[in-house]
Design a protein around this ligand. Structure first.
Ligand code: F6P
Length: 473
């Protein structure tokens, strides 16, 4: 039995909502950037002076440019959403069956379809253009963008690596003092939460000396940040974690680059310093997704970049010590990966779409349009796997939208109610900066205060929700 929520989903028929703005402004820009990227790739092949060698690839590239341009045209004119072509990859039926359902209510149009469905459909449709080609099957149109932003994050990456180095020298003090561990755990959550913000000034500097300070004057600092965190379940998450011994944590990943680095650092902290966690599984997406989401090739590249001194630009340039700190941290992550302490939910060498034909692995579900409350009937294997986790951390805004179905829930709706049948299946922590209209589990006073302060709190990325829910036994 699929779950039927009591309210409708967000869609662009409400022209004051964020979904309308996305369809009108954001998606066209994303499509235009793909076209630009493909032109650049084709141009590169030309100027290499080997156009005849790459003729087939160039021709296919032009055909994909045409398809993306037509899509942009159709979208702007609110044309009907075409079925996903049979491209031999995952979920065509799932997307097309839903499209037929939408057709019954004449909502199979770009400006009428539920936003969550339409946005997932967009990335799956784009994938089909590349998947149907011979020479562009393994091409990620967002890869250059992801790498570029990551390379520019050097200053923060070196800063965090040095903090982790300092932590190491105090390991015995830290591991024997749960109060200190708790402070660090909470800081790690903050780092991970704001990891996708461009303004990284919200990152707290962490050292043992600072922890002492945090424990005494911490209230003020937390209060300053609390203003932006509209729901804060860090304490609940900690109280859960300390009941676990040698457990497994799952990260349902969001963005590649700096955000993935913060996820890896949090994971490193959990297994290196706490007795609670001895294994971490990272869940990537199998296809290029929402521009910056982590695919298996991105994951692999991140570890390689962290190990390579020349990867990052930072101002001022890093010192030899900073290089060493990052090297050591990255070596430890690499070791955790090789010994299985860290793992991906798919083999790490997995190509886009899971390789030829696409594999029915545990990563496929994340690129369906299905709200997570229907995870069990749609992907029982994944559901069972997550049920055996000691904590599942859902990163970012899109995961939050899928957890809550991107439904017009009143903001005071309890978090567990908005999760539908998923609630209580496993201990769940959602770390989300608000970039879409849906928000639940809020306190009425916090809501009123925030509304008065910044009416754009739902979508401007300045506010955040840390939502934890325990497993029901
Ligand atoms: O990377 P995140 O945090 O999942 O954010 C993606 C979000 O960005 C948006 O594309 C809007 O900017 C939303 O559609 C989506 O939920």
């Amino acid at each position: 039995m699929v779950f039927r929520p009591p309210f409708p989903p967000f869609d662009p028929t409400d022209t004051s909502g964020f979904s309308y703005e996305t369809v009108v402004k954001r998606w066209p820009v994303i499509l235009a950037s793909i076209v630009d990227q493909l032109h650049r790739e084709n141009h590169e092949l030309h100027i290499q002076g080997q156009a005849s060698l790459h003729e087939d690839r160039i021709t296919e590239g032009k055909a994909i440019i045409e398809k993306v341009s037509k899509l942009k045209y159709d979208m702007a004119r609110d044309h009907v959403m075409e079925p996903i072509p049979s491209d031999g990859e995952l979920h065509t039926d799932c997307y097309n069956t839903e499209l037929q359902e939408l057709a019954k209510s004449s909502t199979n149009y770009w400006f009428k379809a539920p936003w969550l469905y339409a946005e997932c459909y967009l990335y799956r449709l784009l994938r089909s253009y590349f998947a149907q080609s011979i020479h562009w099957r393994n091409f990620d149109p967002f890869h250059a963008q992801k790498l570029d932003v990551f390379k520019k994050s050097g200053t923060s990456i070196y800063g965090i690596a040095t903090i982790m180095h300092e932590l190491e020298s105090e390991k015995s003090t830290l591991t024997s003092d749960p109060a200190k561990l708790k402070v660090f755990f909470q800081e790690m959550i903050q780092m991970c939460l704001w990891g996708n913000a461009t303004d990284l000034s919200l990152l707290t500097h962490m050292s043992l000396v600072d922890i002492e300070k945090l424990q005494s004057v911490g209230k003020d600092m937390q209060a300053a940040r609390k203003e932006f965190i509209m729901r804060d379940d860090k304490e609940e998450a900690w109280n859960h974690l300390i009941t676990v011994t040698d457990g497994r944590v799952d990260f349902v990943l969001d963005n590649a680059g700096f955000e993935l680095f913060t996820d890896l650092v949090f994971a490193d902290f959990l297994v290196t310093y706490t007795p609670y966690v001895s294994k971490v599984v990272f869940h990537p997406k199998l296809i290029p997704w929402f521009v910056s989401d982590v695919t298996p090739p991105d994951f692999d590249e991140t570890i390689r970049s962290l190990l390579d001194f020349s990867s990052f630009s930072s101002a001022p340039p890093p010192s030899a010590e900073q290089h060493q700190h990052l090297q050591k941290l990255a070596e430890r992550m690499k070791q955790y990966l090789s010994e299985g302490t860290f793992s991906l939910s798919v083999p790490k060498e997995t190509a886009l779409s899971g390789g030829s034909g696409g594999s029915q692995s545990m990563a496929g579900f994340w690129t369906t349009p299905v709200p997570y409350w229907d995870m069990e009937p749609h992907d029982p294997k994944l559901y069972e796997f997550l049920k055996s986790s000691d904590l599942v951390i859902f990163k970012g805004d899109l995961n939050y939208r899928k957890l809550t179905g991107d439904i017009r829930w009143p903001a005071l709706t309890p978090f567990d109610e908005a999760l539908g049948p998923l609630a209580g299946s496993f201990p769940l922590l959602s770390l989300r900066t608000n970039k879409a209209d849906v928000a639940v589990g809020l306190d009425s006073e916090v809501l009123a205060r925030t509304e008065a302060k910044d009416p754009k709190w739902r979508v401007n990325g300045k506010f955040a929700l840390i939502s934890f829910l325990e497993k029901r036994h």
